[in-house]
Design a binder for this molecule. Structure first.
Ligand code: NAG
Ligand code: NAG
Length: 462
């Protein structure tokens, strides 16, 4: 056995004479130690220094140590057959074999090294931050802190362990504070003119969440500004939720007042029709007199903001027609905007159609009055002509002019309906009945207020 070792020593001696190492082996030679010391080169022969015998180069591990056991005892440390166990320092991890052996080829049977233990870099921490005592090296302790308004849930600290893993798990920053919400002050408003409601506008409540300083990611629930409100007190509630569904609410009141004027009384022989609720601020009341009466004074009155009516109460006075005029225009002027005219023209008082017509109209007198229709009769031919408005006699000149301007024949019975502005609207050559006349007036001639009054008084004539 000894001879074999010597032989091998000689056969590789030339190579050993050079200082060399395995490239990339991870080992490094002991700085103070030369391979030459173990195998001395003296002229032509080699010999082994048995005082300090070497075979493989001595093992040295950076950041670690080796424990070797030589089969020939502690004096033959790197002899063939020596087995070494490799131990890494704390904070270092073994890469490669745990145990190597010095082989016949004067090489160790494996390659090992100690690598520093490092944990991965911790990810950025949402809504908070962390500080580490030694970066990502082993034993580094990282402490998590949350931003204002957030509370830490989970592991406050994590440590880089020997196995390169962080202890525990990433904590959470939880928004535990509800958002702060501030409602606007109470609102008071008067209903809009002519209405019992009003739109009320306000600034949306201000919401602040301490935690949500970057992005105001809260949900606000409540009625939109500009909603319409009726009379009375309304409570407006707003609720704000933050990301964690923590909520807070606030409220304010909206009060709507309806200003009213005293109720108006209709005049004697007249009616009033009012818009809106009749006597609320902005309501308009229109005075109309019964047929045969004319209004003296204000036509319309408006309920003002100060709760009083504009104008004064008008009165309804019996229409007094002055027939003693010298032109048709002067006569018609007196009916302008007040009465409609039903002008009946007949060749004689004994005309069959004429007497039929007069009878029919007498029966319909109430309905005619309601529709503000005045009857004008033009009977006969010159020189015996009779013109009549109720009991008042018209001159033959006026009768003549009336027949001319409204194209009324003197030779046979005919009727014309004149509206409140003097325009002829419908003609009849036979006696007209109320069932024919009234629907025509109701559908085509009535003003809005008149129609309202008519509906009010519909059964008045029955
Ligand atoms: C806010 O929400 C968190 C998470 O849901 C909850 O733990 C906390 O108690 C809430 N805070 C309040 C004041 O309600
Ligand atoms: C209400 O206001 C009108 C017009 O502004 C004024 O003429 C009237 O005197 C006021 N009435 C009262 C009771 O103040």
């Amino acid at each position: 056995m000894r001879r074999l070792i010597v032989l091998l020593t000689l056969s590789v001696g030339v190579a050993v004479g050079y200082r060399y190492g395995y490239e990339g082996s991870g080992y490094s030679y002991a700085g103070s130690y030369d391979v030459d010391h173990s195998v001395q080169y003296t002229g032509r022969s080699y010999y082994i220094d048995y005082k300090e015998p070497r075979w493989c180069y001595p093992l040295r591990i950076d950041n670690g140590n080796v424990k070797c056991h030589s089969p020939r005892g502690p004096n033959y440390r790197s002899m063939f057959g020596t087995r070494c166990r490799i131990f890494c320092d704390r904070g270092y991890r073994l890469i490669g074999r745990r145990q190597v052996e010095c082989t016949l080829t004067r090489c160790w049977s494996g390659i090992s090294r100690c690598k520093e233990v490092r944990c991965h870099t911790l990810p950025a921490f949402p809504y908070g931050s962390y500080v580490c005592s030694k970066g990502i090296r082993m034993d580094s302790q990282c402490e998590y802190i949350c931003e204002q308004g957030y509370q830490l849930e989970g592991d406050r600290t994590r440590m880089c362990l020997e196995n390169g893993q962080w202890s525990g798990s990433e904590p959470l920053c939880v928004d535990y504070e509800p958002p702060r919400i501030k409602c606007p002050g109470p609102r008071e408003k008067v209903a809009e003119p002519g209405r019992l409601t009003t739109r009320v506008y306000w600034d949306s409540p201000r919401v602040k969440d301490v935690a949500d300083k970057h992005s105001a990611k809260f949900v606000l629930k409540g009625p939109p500004p500009g909603s319409e409100f009726g009379k009375g007190e309304h409570i407006i509630r707003y609720v704000a939720y933050d990301r964690e569904r923590n909520k807070s609410s606030c409220k304010f009141t909206v009060t709507v007042y309806v200003r009213r004027c005293p109720l108006l009384k209709p005049p004697v022989h007249g009616y009033i029709t009012c818009t809106s609720a009749g006597n609320n601020y902005g309501a308009t009341c229109t005075y109309t007199c019964e047929g045969g009466y004319e209004r003296q004074g204000t036509y319309k009155r408006v309920c003002l903001f100060n709760r009083s009516w504009s104008g004064t109460t008008p009165s309804c006075v019996l229409i007094e027609i002055n027939v003693d005029v010298n032109s048709v225009a002067a006569l018609l002027d007196q009916f302008y905007e007040m009465q409609r005219l039903l002008i009946i023209s007949s060749p004689s008082a004994s005309d069959r159609y004429y007497s039929l017509q007069i009878n029919t109209l007498q029966e319909a007198a109430c309905g005619l009055e309601l529709r503000q229709v005045t009857i004008v009769e033009l009977v006969g031919n010159p020189p015996r002509v009779i013109g009549r408005i109720k009991e008042q006699q018209l001159s033959s000149e006026i009768v003549d002019q009336l027949r001319q301007i409204y194209y009324l024949s003197r030779m046979h019975f005919n009727v014309v309906l004149i509206d409140k502005y003097g325009t002829d609207r419908e003609r009849y050559i036979q006696p007209v009945t109320s069932s024919e006349l009234f629907p025509f007036i109701d559908n085509y001639l009535l003003q809005t207020e008149e129609r309202a009054i008519l509906q009010l008084k519909e059964n008045f004539c029955n």
